[in-house]
Write a protein that binds this ligand. Sequence first.
Ligand code: GRF
Length: 215
Amino acid sequence: MSEVLNIAVFASGRGSNFEAILRAIETGKLHDVSIAAVISNNSEAPVLTIAREHSIPTYHLSQKQFPSEEKFDDAVLGVLRRHGANFIVLAGYMKRLSTNLVRQFRNRTLNIHPALLPKFGGKGMYGIHVHEAVINSGEKVSGVTVHIVDEEYDHGPIVRQRTVAVDKEETPDTLAMRIHGIEHQLYPEVLQLFADDRVRVNEGRVTIMENGAGG
Ligand code: GRF
């Protein structure tokens, strides 16, 4: 039986991916998915304003507010429990989740990355730096990766990737813009796969079941 994915979105910045997911739910394109809450480590993050405008519960939770990682995790888990969240979506979240959180939401936490992992991921590879690195290394193709979060940064099993050709005249800004556009389509699509119970993870490999095979 499929269950509704009640997602907690973790985000640190603009929140355009969050907004794309929200829009997909509101227009009925993405179904059996609801947004439990938005958690940000950054109290000024525009994503929090967008969420409030849509009456979605928001929380500013930063490791700095807590004496230890355990206490921070307790606060995060408290929010997730309070809102019945059963799935975590990282959408531009600039912090690493603790091992404890990763374990508690094993195979139920996603991240989106603006390049074709395993290339151009890891430390320092965020925002415009990713696109600069792609262009500087002469890559002809970049893209978007949605992957399951594991204990390592930008590392877990890949669920879906979509490619984008890198044009001759490409700048980091133009590439970033086009990649963002792809992200906004891909993230809701992948969430639908989970909501339809079509994703299986076995020994670090993802299999997408045929439509109707879930449950
Ligand atoms: C996206 O490019 C995503 O791939 C990366 O962070 C960015 C977040 O953008 N993880 P936004 O805040 O959703 O606009």
